[in-house]
Design a protein around this ligand. Structure first.
Ligand SMILES: Cc1cc2nc3c(=O)[nH]c(=O)nc-3n(C[C@H](O)[C@H](O)[C@H](O)COP(=O)(O)O)c2cc1C
Length: 462
């Protein structure tokens, strides 16, 4: 028997997230994304399938060059329109009981004081089921939406995120001691001031006095997801991430990425197993070969090459024209995400990949097609490469997940590759067997770190 994999559903509060063009299929409901009933249906389907988390991606602007036109983005519904996932999670928290609820937020879109407060609130509402996908944004337009002249340079974005995390860790882990919340009706003391601390953060970008306004939520720090794959991104993940999303082209590249990240995590004093890895995959599931081929054809008929290339944001000029398909990726300036290019390079070692390889790779390599037994074999190979979970990228909502439950889950369960029931407890508890960050995580160092400051201001008797 294998060890069960974790399963996330990769989602976005928009019409066209990853599998561009699929929203046009008559059975696809993603065009109804502004209707909360769609998401409630999806959430219920996912809990029936014992999924570990609904993972919502997010953006703060348009893909493409600064000042570029956005006709293709708009025609494709490529993440515009899109609505806020963090707000949506509040609704989903009250209609679900077990599933983890992950939102995505970059450091430009929200001040860390306010963001920490929002996630603590959600963690309270959901009884400890919130996760945060920490992103640094790859969009020039996002930077301009928040008043910056340009997107900060790739590695410097991670430095910025390091400080952002320092602020939120201080608020989540250090501002309130355990037991500070009294709710002492007889004594008339709601909370204990000696156990609530200002954090006095004074850094390069942020000055935050504190204290954190919410009392500690079940997980304090929400479960931390991250998706960087560049050298700087891996260093960042090794320090902060508890789960990492990857979209490597094959198990060999995944294995290499995982072992490098785990080694770096160990070098920062963490346990290599403190980081779990989720490979993103779409699935084409058929009861037999004929059904597999028919479904594959149907998906490919709807797949939009323009959507994929616009999403990759490479080779598009400000006037909307595109570089030729045979342009080598190395010849295209790229201040956006870098791992996907690097991973593609590793999958085509004989030559430098081109824009055509990029589109083709996204459309034709990003899925596993087969019968339940064949798919289970392939998932077993990913697991053998060190992958802990699968981030199931839908083609169509809610059909892709209904199909997962009906056709694939029983086989995975029979082979021990999927669990047969939910465990109780917080999201971190379900994945790691603990509610809070372990002591060896950098966020944990702020526990109890601010108490002396209060003692000093309280006078000599304190
Ligand atoms: C599975 C996956 C999901 C991602 N989701 C988002 C997202 O929702 N929003 C975002 O701005 N970036 C997202 N990214 C991009 C990453 O946060 C990161 O910017 C990208 O992987 C490039 O980082 P790197 O240059 O260190 O590789 C995602 C990446 C992956 C692999």
């Amino acid at each position: 028997m294998s060890k069960p994999l974790f399963f996330n559903a990769f989602l976005m509060n928009t019409g066209s997230h990853i599998q561009h063009g699929q929203w046009r299929h008559p059975d696809a409901r993603q065009a109804e994304f502004n209707d909360v009933r769609l998401w409630i249906d999806v959430a219920k389907t996912l809990e029936e399938g014992l999924f570990d988390a609904m993972f919502f991606a997010d953006v703060s602007g348009l893909y493409g060059p600064a000042g570029g036109q956005y006709v293709d983005n708009v025609h494709e519904g490529l993440q515009i329109p899109s609505s806020d996932p963090t707000v949506l999670l509040a609704a989903l928290a009250v209609v679900t009981r077990h599933i983890g609820l992950a939102t995505t937020s970059n450091m430009m879109q929200n001040h860390p004081f306010n963001f920490a407060r929002q996630l603590s609130t959600l963690d309270h509402i959901s009884n400890g089921r919130i996760a945060w996908n920490i992103v640094t944004s790859t969009q020039e337009n996002a930077a301009r939406n928040f008043g910056y002249r340009a997107l900060t340079e790739h590695d410097a974005r991670y430095d910025w995120a390091d400080e952002y995390l320092e602020v939120v860790y201080k608020l989540w882990e250090g501002s309130w001691d355990d037991g500070a919340l009294l709710k002492d009706k007889a004594g008339g003391r709601f909370s204990d001031p000696a156990r609530i601390h200002k954090i006095h953060h004074d850094g390069a970008r942020y000055k935050v006095e504190g204290p954190h306004l919410p009392s500690p939520s079940p997980q304090r720090t929400p479960l931390l997801f991250q998706a960087g794959g560049s050298e700087r991104g891996i260093r960042f993940a090794a320090r902060h991430a508890e789960c990492q999303f990857i979209v490597t082209p094959n198990p060999e590249v995944a294995q290499d990425h995982i072992s490098r990240t785990r080694a770096l995590a160990a070098a920062t004093g963490r346990d290599p197993q403190d980081v779990k890895f989720f490979q993103g995959l779409s699935l084409v599931i058929g009861r037999d070969e004929a059904e597999v081929r028919a479904k594959e054809e149907d998906y490919l008929r709807y797949a939009s090459v323009t959507g994929f290339l616009t999403h990759a944001s490479l080779g598009i000029l400000p006037d909307g024209s595109r570089l030729p398909d045979d342009t080598r990726l190395i010849d295209i300036p790229n201040n956006g995400g870098q791992a996907h290019v690097e991973w593609l390079r590793r999958a085509t070692p004989d030559r430098e990949p081109t824009l055509a390889d990029l589109a083709n790779g996204r459309i034709r390599r990003g899925y596993i097609a087969g019968t339940p037994e064949q798919i289970a074999d392939r998932l077993g190979q990913w697991q053998a490469a060190g992958v802990d979970g699968i981030n199931v990228i839908n083609w169509r909502l809610p059909g892709s997940y209904e199909e997962f439950n009906e056709l694939l889950l029983p086989t995975l369960q029979r082979r021990g590759l999927a669990k047969t029931e939910y465990a109780e407890g917080t999201l971190r508890h379900k994945l790691f067997g603990r509610d809070r960050l372990p002591d060896r995580h950098p966020g944990a160092r702020y526990r109890g770190a601010f108490a002396p400051a209060l003692a000093a201001t309280a006078g000599p008797s304190a």
